[in-house]
Design a binder for this molecule. Structure first.
Ligand code: 3SL
Length: 248
């Protein structure tokens, strides 16, 4: 059965009604890149929250020596939190064996929006090939890729990564009767964007409006390099209970 992939650039654009077989949430700058690196570096899980009070209550109920709170609003770390939202900060020494209770401006809201979907994965440029392989191996029929955008607005870098995932799925789904179909024009536009920037994704991230926002906040060169490193990770963050992502 062919895979039918649709792309929704923000959580607000996700349709109501029938759920797909799988959803892939993307927040390239930087939530889903940080999630992938946290799990790659040995975090027990990342538990995502749209709401900070709910985050604090869940973190309080977890053993203190096995928890970290990661919070970001407007690109900056939330005061009092151990971590912000930088993928280069989640070292194995810091996150190994720990549960990360995370809330970010847009990424964790997108995760919340599709938490009922039976197979929920997160993707970024570093693990886009591994995520595409998982979708094809699982024989998913209908797939939604959901971007995070910025406070309801379109974002270039999430759309680039949506195209990168779909392009990898096209290359992998070549067995007889498989193949990939595209469910909306947003998906086709994301594929065109990927064709445009695939040899220089870091520049795309830097010129994007959120890239410019991060540059305005200070030196994020290492974050850009990390977030643009295509196929550098094999981890597939997978929801194992509502809001809880583990490496699979
Ligand atoms: O919007 C989000 O969820 C964040 O990823 C934004 S930031 O890259 O941490 O600034």
């Amino acid at each position: 059965m062919p895979v039918l992939i649709s792309y929704y650039p923000t959580s607000e654009l996700v349709p109501e009604g029938a759920l797909p077989d799988a959803a892939v949430v993307i927040d390239v700058l930087r939530a889903t890149t940080t999630i992938a690196w946290s799990l790659h570096n040995g975090a027990e899980a990342v538990q995502a929250f749209a709401d900070l009070e709910a985050l604090q209550a869940a973190a309080d109920a977890w053993p203190a020596e096995r928890r970290l709170r990661a919070g970001e609003r407007g690109g900056a770390r939330l005061e009092g939190f151990e971590l912000g939202n930088s993928p280069i900060a989640v070292s194995p020494e810091l996150v190994g064996g720990k549960r990360i209770f995370m809330s970010t401006t847009n990424g964790t809201r997108s995760l919340d929006r599709v938490r009922q979907v039976p197979l929920l994965l997160t993707a970024c440029l570093p693990n886009r090939g591994a995520v595409a392989r998982r979708l094809v191996e699982r024989g998913c029929g209908r797939v939604w890729i959901v971007g995070s955008g910025w406070e309801g607005d379109y974002s270039l870098e999430d759309s680039l990564a949506a195209g990168a995932v779909a392009s990898a799925a096209m290359e992998l789904a070549v067995a007889p009767h498989v193949g990939v179909n595209f469910g909306n024009d947003e998906m086709l536009a994301a594929l065109a964007l990927w064709q445009q920037w695939r040899h220089d994704p870091e520049t795309c991230l830097r010129v994007a409006s959120h890239g410019q926002r991060l540059i305005g906040l200070g030196d994020h060169d290492a974050d850009f390099r990390c977030c643009a490193a295509i196929d550098s990770l094999q981890v597939v963050p997978t929801q194992v209970e509502p809001g809880v992502l583990q490496a699979r």
